[in-house]
Write a protein that binds this ligand. Structure first.
Ligand SMILES: [Zn+2]
Length: 432
C-alpha cells in the first residue's frame, strides 16, 4: 500500500524530494520473475523502493546511480551464517579458550562488514558464540557498526554433549562460565531456554537435534535431542512467533524434526528419499551449507593436522556433500541459500549449488525470495515497491555465470550505498 501510494505521488508531483535516488539498471533480476528484465529505473526514497519503471527515467532533482552497464539484483540473503565465527580449526581450541565474549564480538565486527560488502544484505545467524550475534544486530540497527540486516538465534539450543557443548572433548575440569549457556536437557529446560533466548533478543530459534562435525566427541548420525525436546522447542518458538531451524545430519533427527514442525533443516547430510519426501510434504526448507562442508573436506583430505582428529574422521565419512542437494532439488524440496560461514566468503556457496545441479535462476531465488520467505519477511528478498532498498549489482549476467555473484561491485542496504565500483564507500556511523 505504501509503495503504490508513493508511486502515485511521484506520478502527480515529479519534483524529487531531497533524498530521492534513482538507480538506472542495465538489467534487472527482481526475485519475482524468473528471467532478466531490460533497462529499468528504481526510484528510492529514504530506505525504501518507491517504484520501478521500464527504461531510464529521472525524476527532477533525483540523484542518479548509474548501473546502466550492470545487472541489478535484490541484496542477497544468507540463511545460515555464524558471524561470530571463531572456527575450531587449526588453533581453534586455543581461540575458544582465549577469546572472551567481548573479544569475540569485537572480532566479529570485521565479519559483519565483510559480509555486507560481499553483497549479502541479510543474514539469518544460526548460533552466535556467547549470544554475541544479538549485540551485533543491535549495533548494526543503531548504525554503530557496518553489517547486514540480521535475524539472530543467540545461543543455539542443544543437549549436554551435543554439537554446541563447547567443553565436550576438553578435560573434565576445563570449562568457562559461558560454555553451558546453550545447553538444555529435558523438554521443560528446552522450553525455558527458547523463551530466554527470545527475551534476550533472538529473532529465530536454532536447535541441535543431531550431533555435529566440528564439535568433538558427538556423532553426527545420532539423534541427541529427544522428540519431546524437539517438540518443546518447536512449540515455544512458534508460540513466540519465531521460526525454528534444526541442525540435522542423521536421518532420524532430520525426519523427526520435520514431522515435529521445524521450519528448516540445516545440512541434511544423511537425509534419504523418505526425508526429502517428508520435507516436501511439510513445506520444510532445506539449507544445504555446501561451502563449509567442502572446506572441511578439503582440509581433512590435505591438511588433517588443522582439524581435531574427531572432526577429520567425521568429515571424510561425509564426503564433499554435493549429492544431498542434487537429491533434494530433484525431489522438489524448497531450498534456501546458506553458507554456514561468517567470514565474508559466503557467496561462494552459489557456484557449489549450481555444480550440484541447481539452475542458476533457482540459486538466485534461493538467495533472495526464498530466504525472505523462510525468514518470514515481506520487506526484503525482492525488488518491489514498498520493500527495503537492499540492492546489489554485478557487471555480467549471473543467470549464465553464477560466479558473477563473487564479484558484486555495488551494495546498497536500506537506501545507503556501502560499495560502489567494487570499492567500499565510507559510511557515517553514529557515536553511541
Ligand atoms: Zn551452522
Amino acid at each position: 500500500m505504501m509503495g503504490s501510494g508513493l508511486a502515485l505521488a511521484w506520478a502527480i508531483a515529479p519534483a524529487a524530494m531531497a533524498k530521492d535516488v534513482v538507480i538506472h539498471a542495465g538489467h534487472l533480476f527482481d526475485g519475482e520473475k524468473r528471467s532478466l528484465q531490460g533497462a529499468s529505473s528504481i526510484l528510492i526514497r529514504d530506505d525504501r523502493i518507491v517504484s520501478i519503471e521500464p527504461g531510464f527515467v529521472t525524476p527532477a532533482g533525483a540523484e542518479i546511480i548509474d548501473l546502466s552497464k550492470e545487472t541489478v539484483l535484490p541484496g542477497l540473503i544468507d540463511s545460515h551464517t555464524h558471524v561470530t565465527s571463531l572456527p575450531r580449526t587449526g588453533n581453534g581450541i586455543a581461540k575458544t579458550m582465549t577469546y572472551s565474549p567481548l573479544d569475540a564480538v569485537l572480532a566479529s565486527t570485521v565479519n559483519t562488514r565483510a559480509i555486507l560488502e560481499s553483497g549479502v544484505t541479510t543474514v539469518r545467524d544460526l548460533g552466535g558464540l556467547y549470544g554475541g550475534d544479538i549485540a551485533l544486530k543491535v549495533a548494526i540497527e543503531r548504525n554503530e557498526i557496518v553489517g547486514p540486516r540480521m535475524w539472530v538465534a543467540g545461543e543455539a539450543i542443544g543437549p549436554t554433549g551435543g554439537h554446541n557443548d563447547w567443553s565436550h572433548g576438553l578435560a573434565a575440569d576445563v570449562t568457562r562460565p559461558e560454555f553451558g549457556a546453550g545447553l538444555a536437557d529435558g523438554p521443560d529446560a528446552v522450553t525455558a531456554l527458547a523463551r530466554k533466548e527470545h527475551k534476550l533478543g533472538a529473532t529465530v530459534i536454532k536447535i541441535m537435534p543431531s550431533g555435529g562435525v566440528v564439535s568433538m566427541g558427538d556423532d553426527p548420525k545420532a539423534q541427541l535431542m529427544t522428540n519431546d525436546e524437539i517438540k518443546a522447542a518447536v512449540d515455544a518458538a512458534h508460540a513466540l512467533g519465531l521460526k525454528i531451524a534444526a541442525h540435522g545430519h542423521g536421518k532420524a533427527a532430520i525426519d523427526n524434526a520435520v514431522r515435529l514442525g521445524v521450519d528448516s533443516i540445516e545440512h541434511g547430510t544423511y537425509a534419504d528419499a523418505e526425508s526429502w519426501a517428508l520435507m516436501k510434504a511439510h513445506g520444510t526448507y532445506f539449507i544445504p551449507t555446501l561451502l563449509t562442508t567442502q572446506r572441511l573436506y578439503e582440509a581433512a583430505s590435505t591438511r588433517p593436522e588443522t582439524l581435531n582428529p574427531s572432526t577429520v574422521k567425521k568429515v571424510l565419512a561425509m564426503g564433499s556433500g554435493a549429492q544431498k542437494l542434487t537429491n533434494a532439488y530433484k525431489a522438489g524440496v524448497r531450498i534456501a541459500f546458506g553458507s554456514d560461514t561468517g567470514l565474508g566468503e559466503n557467496v561462494q556457496e552459489a557456484a557449489l549449488m549450481v555444480k550440484a545441479g541447481m539452475s542458476t535462476v533457482d540459486v538466485l531465488m534461493a538467495a533472495t525470495a526464498n530466504g525472505a520467505d523462510l525468514i518470514g519477511s515481506d520487506e526484503i528478498g525482492k525488488l518491489l515497491p514498498g520493500r527495503y532498498a537492499d540492492i546489489v549489482a554485478v557487471a555480467g549476467d549471473p543467470l549464465t555465470d553464477i560466479s558473477q555473484l563473487e564479484r558484486i561491485d555495488f551494495v546498497m542496504k536500506g537506501g545507503v550505498t556501502y560499495k560502489r565500483d567494487g570499492m567500499a564507500v565510507p559510511v557515517k556511523l553514529v557515536n553511541p
